[in-house]
Design a binder for this molecule. Structure first.
Ligand SMILES: C[S@@+](CC[C@H](N)C(=O)[O-])C[C@H]1O[C@@H](n2cnc3c(N)ncnc32)[C@H](O)[C@@H]1O
Length: 354
């Protein structure tokens, strides 16, 4: 069963040390290799087959992203957030590899409960990629209680990232995430949006501070199958991995799905990032912060993205207003931003916009 981690135990020695050095040292071109080494060191147990992450800046002289976070693929629990529910967790009794056509596999049944009546089996094809055109359903993987082996086709997220990723400075959106020299096929798992899991109150408090910075790493876990009750938020500001650098695009090539493995609490899925179309070599990887994806086929339920509200109810801080994604369908204008277009659409169809 997974090790439980608490926010109070988050390591900060390395970034405290780097930040205590002179400005001259902090501008040193050796710092990307220090960050790359710390990433490999912090993740070698949970993603042993992952190629090293590259840190690259072709835009200005900042050698690395700000040293403000601990690089991790794990989830750290803040006070008030319940620990993983393993008491109600159930596994399947399959031996060897689960059969996606099985009528008895408990994991096939759990997955089916979230599917459209015409869908069957697992979310993955035989190569471990999400099936083509997969809508925003929750994903249920086999877990530590299951009888199947590690090679079961329903274990993908738990085996970690396998594709090369580059964290690069962009011209207008700060740092971002890019594919490496190899294209990434549609459906490929990229990584978990890791960080601290917070209560709603704590997230609202932190949101006000981040809005002042003009950068936010809060991600509300309010998927359609969860609703707004007892909502938690993932915060990748102090702890996170490369996914904390994913920028917004109005023409996204990746998406974040709710994924359940060793957790029976429906409110606390892992946030699993997948490519949803083929990503070219060195192409920037972005998701849609507003949660609008054509494969949902007219499903107008909101999907989570960066938290857009503060404790005093003020939404739309400047951090959300100007889009610089450069997509053909994005005006980038504050008055006709993607955020507001969606807001108007949402109001028209009578939904409450968070
Ligand atoms: C989750 S962070 C993404 C990483 C961030 N670019 C960085 O340098 O750390 C979200 C922040 O990135 C910026 N951002 C992301 N997408 C953007 C876009 N399309 N246009 C303008 N700014 C964007 C905003 O400052 C936003 O608050």
């Amino acid at each position: 069963m997974p090790v439980v981690r608490y926010t109070e135990d988050l390591p900060s020695e390395l970034h405290n040390q780097i930040n205590s050095y002179s400005e001259h040292f902090r501008g040193s071109r050796t710092l990307p290799s220090v960050l790359q080494a710390s990433i490999t060191f912090n993740t070698m147990e949970d993603e042993p087959h992952a190629p090293p992450i590259e840190i690259l800046n072709k835009v200005d002289s900042e050698p690395t992203p700000p040293w403000e976070f601990y690089y991790t693929n794990h989830i750290y629990h803040a006070p008030g957030v319940p620990l993983p529910d393993v008491v109600n967790l159930r596994g399947c009794d399959c031996v060897g590899k689960c059969d996606p056509n099985s009528k008895t596999c408990a994991c096939v049944k759990k997955q089916k409960a979230y599917f459209h009546p015409n869908d069957n089996g697992f979310v993955y094809d035989k190569t471990g990629k999400l099936k083509r055109g997969f809508p925003g359903y929750p994903i249920v993987e086999c877990n530590d209680l299951c009888g199947c082996d590690e090679e079961c086709m329903n274990r993908v997220v738990q085996h970690g990232r396998k594709v090369q990723i580059s964290i690069q400075k962009t011209e207008e959106k700060g740092w971002g995430v890019f594919a490496g020299p190899k294209p990434i096929p549609a459906g490929t798992f990229l990584g978990i949006y890791s960080g601290e899991i917070l209560t709603e109150e704590e997230s609202a408090k932190r949101g006000e501070v981040y809005n002042e910075y003009g950068r936010t790493y809060l991600f509300d876990i309010d998927y359609y199958h969860i609703g707004d009750d007892g909502m938690y938020t993932m915060d990748a500001y102090h702890a996170g991995n490369f996914t904390r650098f994913l920028n917004h695009s109005c023409e996204p090539n990746c998406r974040i799905f709710a994924c359940y493995i060793n957790e029976a609490n429906i409110l606390k899925p892992l946030l699993a990032v997948y490519a949803i179309r083929d990503v070219g070599a060195y192409e920037e990887i972005c998701f849609n912060y507003n949660g609008s994806y054509p494969e949902d086929d007219g499903d107008d339920d909101e999907e989570p993205g960066p938290s857009q509200e503060t404790s005093n109810g003020k939404a739309k801080a400047p951090v959300y207003q100007n889009c610089r994604c450069g997509a053909k369908n994005c005006t980038g204008e504050r008055s006709r931003s993607c955020f507001e277009t969606l807001l108007q659409l949402t109001l028209v169809i009578g939904k409450v916009f968070r």
